[in-house]
Design a protein around this ligand. Structure first.
Ligand SMILES: Nc1nc2c(c(=O)[nH]1)N[C@H]1C(S)=C(S)[C@@H](COP(=O)(O)O)O[C@H]1N2
Ligand SMILES: [Mo]
Length: 228
């Protein structure tokens, strides 16, 4: 029998294989996701993204170096394509508008820390202060433990992206990136640098620590977009 990839028979087989794979994927998700209430988050997405489960205690996950920083030694540098480059001291950072928000935190290793009460500064407000130039399209973020991560400016400018210093009414602990870390509730948590030290506005994208090592550059939890 001839093997014609375009034949109806082969096309039918391929569709069936695709369909089975899709079913298997779906089954995997159904097994992994506690069905819960089918609750949606404020963006209209399922509260728990596919393949995630809610953790009871917030795990600590990083490269193993926890820089010792306090309100005197911590500072935040804004560099690159901005009208007003700046290094914020703690006091200057605290003069920016302070906001509170509640959001979920999704780690690519499948745990999610739900309903976190944060206090901090919107990325938006830092950008407004420093005025990105029109050709700024990405941000490259550096942390005090030599970690790095990268984001399209458009993602960083979302309203729920914060540089936080309080969690559940307490100063953010050193383990979780205190005194100040970033959070990106609509992307996997590796996009949010603990012990954040520098935000560089750039025209071109550059992969950060995990993005260089096989994690997805786009990192969208609801697309199960984990690895590149
Ligand atoms: N500076 C720094 N930020 C980091 C990391 C890191 O190793 N160093 N790990 C990332 C990853 S993979 C995750 S899941 C979260 C974990 O944050 P947590 O330890 O507070 O749970 O921080 C992200 N930000
Ligand atoms: Mo992670």
């Amino acid at each position: 029998m001839s093997f014609d990839l375009n034949s109806k028979r082969i096309q039918g087989r391929l569709k069936l294989i695709e369909y089975r794979k899709a079913l298997q994927e779906k089954q995997k998700w159904d097994d992994e996701i506690p069905m819960g209430s089918g609750e949606l988050n404020r963006d209209g997405n399922p509260k728990l993204p596919p393949g995630q489960h809610a953790s009871k205690n917030w795990p600590v996950l990083d490269l193993g170096v926890h820089p010792e920083l306090d309100e005197v030694t911590w500072n935040l540098t804004i560099s690159g394509l901005v009208k007003h480059p700046k290094m914020f001291t703690w006091d200057q950072f605290m003069e920016l508008p302070q906001v509170e928000d509640v959001s979920d935190f999704h780690c690519v290793t499948s745990w999610s820390q739900m309903d976190n009460h944060w206090k901090g500064v919107r990325f938006q407000d830092i950008a407004a202060h420093c005025e990105p130039l029109p050709n700024a399209k990405y941000v490259y973020i550096k942390a005090f433990d030599a970690y790095s991560t990268n984001l399209p400016l458009e993602e960083a400018m979302k309203e729920d992206v914060l540089l936080v210093h309080h969690w559940e009414g307490h100063p953010l602990t050193r383990d979780h990136g205190g005194p100040v870390r970033m959070i990106t509730p609509q992307l996997y948590a590796w996009k949010g640098a603990k012990w954040i030290g520098e935000i560089e506005f750039r025209e071109h994208d550059e992969l950060g620590f995990w993005e260089k090592r096989g994690y997805s550059n786009t990192a969208e939890p609801w697309l199960n977009d984990r690895y590149s």
